[in-house]
Design a protein around this ligand. Sequence first.
Ligand code: ZN
Length: 546
Amino acid sequence: MRGARFLFGLIACLGASGFLAGGCGGDEPTNDGGAGGDGGSSSSSSGGEDGGPIPGSDGGDGAADAKPDANYPPPSITPGAKDRIMLVGTILTPGAVIPDGQVLIEGSQITCVEPGTGCNAKPGAVGATVIQTNGIVAPGMIDVHNHILFDIFDDDDWGPAKVYKNHDEWPNEPKYQAMLDVKQCLSNDSQGKPAWCASTPYGTAAGSLRCEMDKWGELKGLIAGTTSIVGLPGTSSACFGSITRSIDVSQNGLGTDKVQTSAIFPPSNPNGVCTNFGAGTTDAFIPHIGEGVDAKALAEFTSLGTMTTPAECLYAPQTAITHGVAFGPTEFATMAAKGMKLVWSPRSNFTLYHATANIPQARSAGVTIALGPDWSMGGSQNLLDELRFADEYDDKNWGNVLTPKELVTMATENGAKAVGLADRLGKIEVGAVADVAVYGGDRGKPYDAILAATPREVRLVVIGGVPLYGESVLEPAAPAPPGCEKLDVCGASKFLCVATASSASKLNQTHAEIKAALEQALKDADALTTADGWNFAPLAPLVHCK
Ligand SMILES: [Zn+2]
């Protein structure tokens, strides 16, 4: 999606995002062309279906396909050093599945990946915390398309009134605008705050809940095995960055931010992006392009090529196009030839347009495909749900061309390629950053097990070598004081580590405090906007269970 309502020039979500202090996300200023698009009813090369069957009733939304993790042997732990962790289980490496193996994490890095007990010989293994996962040790997932400040909302708050042709047709709907008002107030956006916001504490720098909103989105990802999110949070504040990596900001924990995003079209300074490509300061440019099924959406691809000097400098390996719903073989052939990536968001696309990017065409052309849920209002609540939706959509519309391994690869290795960090992220490999997710399930079919998993089946999530979420029994591996919180996730007892010891910049907030602040703010907003008849409380939960 690209939410938008206000046209304040083309102040885009551009620029090495960490340098932008102001709000910059999908909700921010855009070229809101109003309803109707260009009147084109369809495109001959439009991807997706003509209202093809939506995946099953559980599609992308719950645990119906997942066996409770209690059906499988539980994990266990032998506590040791906090900064050295040995994970034992079925290991998913880039080249092969290791049915029984070890992964040694030292500090923030993976230092050993071996079958059997091969990592025991490493000096760092001596005295390490050892976790028998009895599960599947996989790379943490990378969400390449989210609008993280909207993650306080979900399907209960807004849904499409009809099927649309392109991205300009729905942002003017009154209920969407009312929801956007709430978002822009609570996050103290630089533009678009409603008048009623002045009666709240939120529309000020001191009262802004932007930190809490971002953390809520990071938490929704974390509990679903997501370790990095392109969330367009639009701030360089240190108040978050302590949970899942909001990767398109300077506080992503990687020491560098070379990701640029643009949720509007056209992007504001395309020549600047090309300059940054040349200077090596931008490794990933992730624009929304081709969101819709009509000629207007399709024409954005050509415009991307002609808007720069020299022409087509954005047709480059650093460019990862979000959406591409309107694209056909011509566009995908160009993308493949230029090494461009595609970021696929099937559930959101289907909800809004009854179509999605033609993945079989993109795949045949050789385009690298990553994945992201977009947001929770018609998109998936997390990447595990999005994977499940993608799998079911493929089964029902394309004849099951995508294998479970291919789908999981979209959410891991391909995501790392899309954000320009394939050298460090998205893989269980010596030298990679220790961003790891462990799933319960059938170890004999590990990729199927991930497709079946929900946050309940996520046994452990490690980010930068630090376990932040997992089975309660594994909490001894979690960070030292202030420690972690207990969390019931669809009947499973988990630990969740949010607060850090630092009192600076809200870093010491607990999950409970973040949740309470957001719940209260939504109630406050509703109380000030009773005339419209819509309520945006309660807060969207971290996970909907079924
Ligand atoms: Zn979007």
